[in-house]
Each structure stands twice: as C-alpha cells, then as structure tokens.
Write a protein that binds this ligand. Structure first.
Ligand code: CA
Length: 224
C-alpha cells in the first residue's frame, strides 16, 4: 500500500483529504504541524507528502527545505493559496515536485498524486519517446520521424531536464541551473529563447506548443 503523509493545520481540509485518499486505497497519516511532519518523515517511510504551505510555526517551506537538505527525496505536493505565484515558485525551487492551488478539486489532486507517485518510481530513462521524437540520452541523439535533429549542447541539456521532470513545472532558475550550471547569472530571457528554439525543432506546431508549455508566472512544464 502506498503511504501518504498529509501536513495540514485546517481540520476540515485534513479530514476531507484523509477520507478521500483512504477511499482511494492509500495508507494515510495526518499531522497539523511542520515539526511533527519532519519527525514522521524521518521515523517512517512515505511515498508522498501533501504539504500545506501556511502552517503555524515551522511552515511548509521550512519542511520542504529541511527534507531536501537531509537528502529526503520523497515526492512533495505543496498546497498553496490561490493567488500565490511567488509561493509556488519558492516551493518548486526548494524542491517540491508539484503544487495544487486551494481550493482544489479532489479529482485534480488524485491525478497529481498518481503522476507524482509514477515519476517517483521511475529511474531516469536511457531513451524516451514523445510524439514523433525519439531521444537517446547515452548517445545524445534526437530523431524526429526517424531523421536526426540537430540540437545544441544547451538545448540537449534543457531537453534532458524536461524529460526527467516531465509533468512538473520547472522555474526558469531551475532550467538555468540544469543547462548552464549552478549560480550562473543570466537573464531569464535566455531560457525563453532556447525554448523557442526547442519548440521550433521538436513541436508539431511551434506556435501552439503541446509539449514545452509555458506556465504563466512560474516557468515551463514538459508534457510528453
Ligand atoms: Ca494552513
């Protein structure tokens, strides 16, 4: 049974989440504080953590930061307030896998949970296929409809980062780190320009991207 830790201080939301996820067949543990969440994550093992951002005391950001600092890679889905784009960017940059905006539909949340659990169990692939594109990571080769596509080294690194994080939003900073290396001070625009180029080379309709999707105010998401 897959085990989910819910960290939520609003009893009505915690209760509804718990009931819904139990019905779906998950093992569920609930806590209302960040400190207890950190203790539980250390002493027990969970397949996923649903983490409210706004908690009294140790908040969701602190919990996420602490977990990643101690190399805990459990997938984390942040529960964020409606208009909080800064919150979402911060959560993603601290290492959260995804976020869901309150009030969320149980159906959407279940889909996100399934996607995060699936990714969590996947090793990084040697090859990957989407649309008519085939990627061979070991050989750094990309083919489209069987024909070799010429990607720059940076484009290939970006593509690799996208495939590894498929289905989740990557901020421009995360993409800069992935392709150019940590701490490089470059304009975000550089990322956008390379994505335009990736779209031109790999999207069926570059002007209406289906795979390299811009998420307003946050960054980009790759959908296979
Ligand atoms: Ca809260």
């Amino acid at each position: 049974m897959r085990r989910i830790l819910i960290v939520e201080d609003e009893p009505s939301i915690a209760f509804a989440l718990e009931a819904d996820l139990r019905t779906e067949g998950y093992g569920v543990t609930v806590t209302s504080t960040g400190d207890e969440a950190l203790r539980l994550a250390r002493d027990e093992s969970f397949d996923l953590i649903l983490l409210d951002v706004m908690l009294p005391g140790t908040d969701g950001f602190d919990v996420c930061r602490s977990l990643r600092r101690r190399e805990d890679r459990t997938p984390i889905i942040m529960l964020t307030a409606k208009a909080g784009e800064a919150e979402k960017v911060m959560g993603l940059e601290l290492g959260a896998d995804d976020y869901v905006t309150k009030p969320f539909s149980p159906r959407e949340l279940r889909a996100r949970i399934k996607a995060a659990l699936r990714r969590g169990g996947d090793p990084d692939p040697d090859t990957f296929q989407f649309g008519d594109v085939d990627i061979d990571f070991a050989r750094c080769e990309v083919r489209r409809g069987g024909k070799a596509v010429d990607l720059s080294a940076l484009e290939f690194k970006l593509l690799t980062a996208f495939v590894r994080s498929r289905g989740r939003v990557l901020t421009r900073d995360q993409l800069l780190d992935a392709a150019w290396g940590d701490g490089v001070a470059l304009n975000d625009r550089v990322v956008d320009n390379h994505i335009v180029s990736l779209r031109r080379k790999l999207e069926p309709e570059p002007a209406r991207p289906r795979h390299f999707v811009n998420i307003r105010g946050l960054g980009y998401r790759f959908d296979a």
